[in-house]
Each structure stands twice: as C-alpha cells, then as structure tokens.
Ligand binder design. Structure first.
Ligand SMILES: NC(=O)c1ccc[n+]([C@@H]2O[C@H](COP(=O)([O-])OP(=O)(O)OC[C@H]3O[C@@H](n4cnc5c(N)ncnc54)[C@H](OP(=O)(O)O)[C@@H]3O)[C@@H](O)[C@H]2O)c1
Length: 256
C-alpha cells in the first residue's frame, strides 16, 4: 500500500502545455498518483486525442484548447478549472518555447514571443490561479524553468533570461504566498527528449556534445521531470518552498 503522503488522491491540478513532452508526462504522473487534471494546449486535435487516451486509461482529465501566451487564453484555462472544481490544489506552469539567435540578431517580435510564452504566462497564470489556490488551504505551484536559467547554455540569451526570471519569480511568490498555504517551487531540466528538444538533438554532433557534457552520459526523459514535479506537489515536500530543483544528470554540478 502506498502511504497517503505519497499520493495525490483527490487533488486538482491545472497543467499548461499538457499534450506533449514534459507536460504530457506531468499529466500522466499526477493522474497515476490520483489527481484530477485540466490540461491546456493550443492544438484542438492533440487535446482531444490526449483526453481520449487518458480517459481510456481511467484518468480524470479535462482538456482546454487555449493559448496561455494570450490574456484571453489564460482566462479560458483558469475558468475551466474554476468551473470544474471551484478551487485548485496544483498549478504546473510548463508552457515554454524558444527561438535560437545570436543576441544581436533578435527582433523585438521574437523577444516578445519568448517572454510572453515563457515568463508572462507563468506570472499571469499564477496570479489568476491565486484565489483558487488559496481556497485549497494547502496548494502548490511548480514552474518549469531550465538549466538555461541557472547558467549559460547555447540556447540564446532571451530564453535564458526568461527561465532565470522564472526562478526569481518562484522565490518571490514562495515568500509572498507562504502565509496563504501556497508553496512555489521550480524544476530546471537540462536536455530532455521532447518534440521541442528533439529538433536540436536530431543533430548527431550536437547530441553527442550534450551527452559528453552530462556526468550521467544520457539525455533525460519527460518522466524524469514529471517525477520531480510530482514530488514537489506531495506531502513529503511540505517544508520545501522557493527552491529550484535541477533535473539534469549532474550537468549543473559539472565544473572542470
Ligand atoms: N525539452 C527540454 O530539453 C527542456 C529543457 C529545459 C526546459 N524545458 C522546458 O520544459 C517545458 C516543456 O518543454 P517541452 O520540451 O516538453 O516542450 P514541447 O515538446 O514543445 O511541448 C510543449 C507543450 O506545450 C504546449 N504549448 C506550447 N505553447 C503553448 C501556448 N502558448 N499555450 C498553450 N499550450 C502551449 C504544446 O502544445 P500546442 O503546441 O498544441 O500548444 C505542448 O503540449 C518548457 O517550458 C521548456 O522550456 C524543456
């Protein structure tokens, strides 16, 4: 028997970007631990297919087709959780994107796309969900950052800036909302096999360089991140807030 403190039975969760990669693995993991989930993504077909697969596995998942980089999309997503449950135990801000450029080459539009999708969505979703999380009594937010927000990576400055800002937002919200019973933590992955990362990992030389730089000599899987997210949602992590947990095969510990 699983001890109750290692369970999410009956908990309610909103996961942004829940149809692919890390977000899909998070939905799967939270459901397997007993949570009910609202999963958000832009592609209607992917949302429908995801919901059908999860429901056929016996999971309680609702889908919302919305773009959380926009104000109306965020309201749509949070309204769906409010309509389902009237409160929220868990918010996972997972949506993120990147455009790789030399710093001098970014256009203003590209800067806005990365910042709106990664940072603004995390900031605004957290604020919109705050009243629902407060109602839960004991709730948590998990923000998906990146090791690009902890140290330099070749992924471009704007992505790194957005992910570093997410780590600082995590600290600020953790302190500000601790008295409301809301814990706020971040998870910072290194390379993980997902549709987003596989576009660069398909370059064999690049992939080999990534593996060579990783002490555990492997690319991560979405489940590796989902496990860390689930831990930070559960009772055993009840005294942890304001932290950023790297899921990186030792990458961020690897000096020379
Ligand atoms: N994979 C890695 O190596 C890695 C490493 C470090 C950090 N991360 C971070 O982990 C998070 C997930 O990355 P991933 O690799 O799993 O990405 P992914 O494979 O591209 O999946 C992204 C998911 O988010 C949805 N999505 C994207 N933009 C959205 C928007 N504006 N509104 C609503 N849904 C949206 C996508 O569905 P639709 O396209 O249908 O909307 C999809 O379900 C990101 O924050 C990323 O920066 C990833």
């Amino acid at each position: 028997m699983m001890p109750e403190r290692w369970s999410l039975a009956g908990k309610t969760a909103l996961v942004t970007g829940g149809t692919k990669g890390i977000g899909a693995a998070v939905v799967q993991e939270l459901c397997a631990l007993g949570a009910r989930v609202v999963a958000v993504a832009r592609s209607e077909r992917d949302v429908q297919e995801g919901i059908a697969a999860w429901r056929s596995a016996g999971y309680d998942v609702h889908g919302v087709v919305a773009d959380v980089a926009t104000a109306s999309g965020r309201i749509q997503a949070v309204d769906a959780a409010r309509a389902q449950w009237g409160m929220l135990d868990i918010l996972v801000n997972n949506v993120g994107t990147n455009i790789r450029r030399k710093t001098a080459d970014y256009t203003a539009e590209e800067y806005d796309t990365i910042m709106n999708t990664n940072l603004r969505s995390t900031f605004e979703m957290s604020r919109l969900c705050y009243p629902l999380l407060k109602l839960a009594g004991r709730a948590c937010i998990i923000n998906i950052s990146s090791v690009a927000g902890v140290t330099h990576l070749r992924t471009g400055a704007v992505y790194g800036m957005s992910k570093a800002a997410i780590v600082q937002l995590t600290r600020n919200l953790a302190v500000e909302w601790a008295s409301d019973g809301i814990r706020v933590n971040a998870v910072a992955p290194w390379y993980i096999h997902t549709p987003l990362a596989d576009t660069v990992l398909s370059d064999d030389a690049y992939c080999a360089a990534v593996i060579e730089r990783t002490p555990m000599r492997a690319i991560g899987n979405p489940e590796d991140v989902a496990g860390a997210v689930a831990f930070l949602c559960m009772q055993p992590s009840a005294y942890i807030t304001g932290q950023c947990l790297c899921v990186d095969g030792g990458f961020s510990a690897n000096g020379f």
